[in-house]
Design a protein around this ligand. Structure first.
Ligand SMILES: N[C@@H](CCC(=O)N[C@@H](CS)C(=O)NCC(=O)O)C(=O)O
Length: 212
């Protein structure tokens, strides 16, 4: 999921890049932990430079592309605020797929949903107030909007954005950008020759989702 924000940034940048897919579980191997100590994705390698933490990677890539990150120091700092700002709604939003998918078979998932939704709605309301009538947070599309849209997309399709048409429009405009074709590429990576570990993980997730 968080690799997509990196790939969207790379697509905006327009330079060629290569993707290395990991089969489910491979992220916990020592070779990957050397790149990402928590055994997670994404990571980025560029020559001798190896980075992890999707926000830092997006910051690094966007920093050389004025369309995503202004060059003026103050505007750049504000852009970083926008980028980190997506960190506030993300935890409650991520709780939604955890409750409805990843831990759907746990006894706490269904009782937990109302509070998960309430915490999401609180943050969505605050974000919608800040966006107001504007098309983009901060006045123009940039790394901050790219990240925020990547977060809001997690619940897009759940009808949860419906009370806030300005947020829904922000997501719709962002996802209509050519750079979001990275998503299609990403899915193609899963549908071509999915590794056995991924198919097993998918089977387990589907079984969990059927329990609720
Ligand atoms: N703060 C990290 C979070 C990365 C993260 O949560 N990655 C998930 C995929 S979206 C992952 O690798 N999960 C597997 C795990 O934690 O074992 C970042 O933004 O890069």
């Amino acid at each position: 999921m968080r690799d997509l924000r990196v790939r969207r940034t790379l697509e905006e940048d327009g330079r060629p890049y290569a993707v290395r897919f990991l089969s489910q579980g491979a992220q916990k191997r020592a070779s990957h932990r050397a790149l990402q100590p928590f055994g997670q994705v994404p990571t980025q390698e560029e020559g001798d430079l190896a980075l992890f933490e999707s926000g830092a990677i997006v910051w690094h890539i966007a920093g050389r592309f004025p369309g995503l990150m202004p060059t003026d120091a103050a505007a750049r700092a504000k852009s970083l605020v926008g980028l980190c700002g997506a960190d506030t709604p993300e935890p409650p939003i991520m709780d939604h797929p955890i409750a409805t998918l990843f831990e759907a078979d746990k006894p706490w998932s269904v009782p937990r949903l109302p509070s998960v939704r309430a915490r999401i709605e609180k943050r969505l309301g605050e974000a919608a107030d800040r966006l107001g009538d504007a098309e983009w947070f901060g006045g123009s599309f940039g790394a901050g909007n790219l990240l925020m849209i990547s977060v809001l997309r997690i619940i897009d399709g759940q009808d949860m954005l419906r009370p806030w048409p300005n947020l829904a429009a922000n997501v719709a405009h962002g996802t209509s950008r050519g750079a979001f074709r990275a998503l299609a590429d990403h899915m193609a990576g899963f549908t071509g020759t999915a590794p056995d570990e991924f198919l097993e993980w998918q089977r387990q997730m589907e079984a969990k989702a059927q329990i609720t």
